[in-house]
Design a protein around this ligand. Structure first.
Ligand code: PLP
Length: 395
């Protein structure tokens, strides 16, 4: 068998391990005594229209429509609804031919990487801190994964490091904003700077360098911060989107890839995405949820809940004395560990029944990630435990 796959399957991700630990602890102590901030599973229910459209579709449409195959690229109507929704938001002129329906952001990313990568020499870059699975997806597509080290002051793009990391082999750079795990939203100025930097590099190396926007948190953004539509800033941009977070549908596996006409050889690139989806055996995205998205493309869950949690956790922890990056979007808080070794800190936190994820897997040392997509009570009740943990270090 393939040893790489055996390794991937055997070494569970730290987040999954912590989640299992939390389940055991909760069984032992009770749910309200364990403060589990490990998993990015949306805590807010989907917009009510989601369940209403499921019922409507089931009651009014045929079984073949509801559960049969759609075209590989997705049903025409949902792709049109998504293109129209994007056009309203961003003043663009996308058509259904630019949209390819997928099984969520993970599939969007894997398909996009596979569509672009020609050999192991091709490099795909991620900006630290980054979503841990990028490495698995990029290497799975046969490319080399390289990291642009973080700007530890702003957690925006570190251009000095980017300049050192980009090479003639760079095929694409992944941009994830609002960011998992830092919660930072990249500023428009930074994205314009990135666009102009990459335009220069494309000229220098005489080949396209793509921005792959991974934006499942696009709609989870707090006061005053806006998420720029990167295809309007840089031509060679491919968007990987998912309804897992914005509509709280992570288990339904539904999302899309947007290949704008402005991309280099965009028609061929779109076909290469179809080819990659075919090679991976995706066949088509789930039919029922394609129809649901047709009705709900412009909606989101109630984002005020995340804002409330963000304020509680950020204000609570900084008041105790913890140093935190202020989250501007998504539902993660990046907090400085109270010692250099984030793994040790995670272990100490566990003693107080606090479960946090060490930052090493996100490409930064000395921090932990807290997913605050939990009940408000969990955050409020956890503060005493965080205080005890803080005192343990400041005796
Ligand atoms: N990208 C980022 C940054 C994520 O945080 C996640 C999931 O947590 C994904 C992609 C995968 O999302 P999906 O569930 O839509 O595959």
């Amino acid at each position: 068998m393939n040893k790489e796959m055996l390794k991937l399957g055997s070494n569970r991700s730290i987040i999954r391990e912590l989640f299992e630990f939390s389940k055991l602890k909760k069984a032992e102590l009770g749910d309200d005594k364990v403060y589990d901030f490990s998993l990015g599973n949306p805590s807010v229910p989907p917009a009510k229209e989601v369940n209403e459209s499921i019922k409507y579709i089931i009651d009014n449409k045929s079984d073949t429509y509801n559960h049969g195959y759609t075209s590989a690229q997705g049903d025409n109507n949902v792709r049109e609804a998504i293109a129209n929704d994007l056009n309203k938001r961003y003043n663009t002129s996308y058509k259904k031919e630019n949209i390819y329906m997928t099984c969520g952001a993970a599939a969007s990313l894997c398909i996009t990487f596979r569509a672009l990568v020609e050999s192991k020499n091709d490099e795909i870059l991620a900006i630290a801190p980054y979503f841990t699975e990028y490495k698995v997806f990029v290497e799975g597509a046969g490319a080399t994964f390289n990291v642009v080290p973080a700007d530890l002051n702003t957690f925006n793009i570190n251009f000095t490091e980017l300049e050192k990391t980009v090479s003639k082999n760079t095929k694409a750079i992944i941009v994830n904003s609002p960011n998992n795990p830092s919660g930072v939203v990249y500023t428009k100025e930074n994205l314009i700077k990135l666009a102009s930097f990459l335009n220069e590099k494309q000229k220098e190396y005489n080949h396209p360098i793509y921005i792959i926007c991974d934006e499942p948190y696009r709609e989870i953004v707090f006061e005053g911060n806006t998420v720029s539509h990167i295809p309007s800033l840089y031509d060679n941009t491919i968007v990987c989107y998912s309804y897992s977070k914005s509509l709280s549908l992570p288990g339904e596996r539904i999302g899309y890839i947007l290949v704008p006409d402005k991309c280099f050889e965009s028609k061929e690139l779109y076909l290469a995405c179809l080819g990659a989806g075919r090679a991976y055996g995706y066949v088509c995205a789930p039919s029922l949820f394609q129809h649901v998205i047709e009705a709900c493309a412009s909606l989101t869950s109630n984002m005020n809940e995340y804002k409330k949690n963000r304020d509680l956790i950020y204000n609570g922890l900084t008041k105790i004395g913890y140093e935190c990056v202020q989250p501007q979007g998504a539902f993660y808080l990046f907090m400085k560990a109270l010692e250099d070794d984030a793994y040790n800190f995670m272990e100490k936190a566990k003693k107080f029944n606090i479960i946090v994820v060490p930052s090493d897997n996100f490409g930064v040392k000395g921090y932990v990630r807290l997913a605050y997509c939990v009940s408000t009570e969990t955050i409020i009740n956890s503060m005493k435990a965080f205080e005890k943990l803080y005192k343990e270090y400041n005796k």
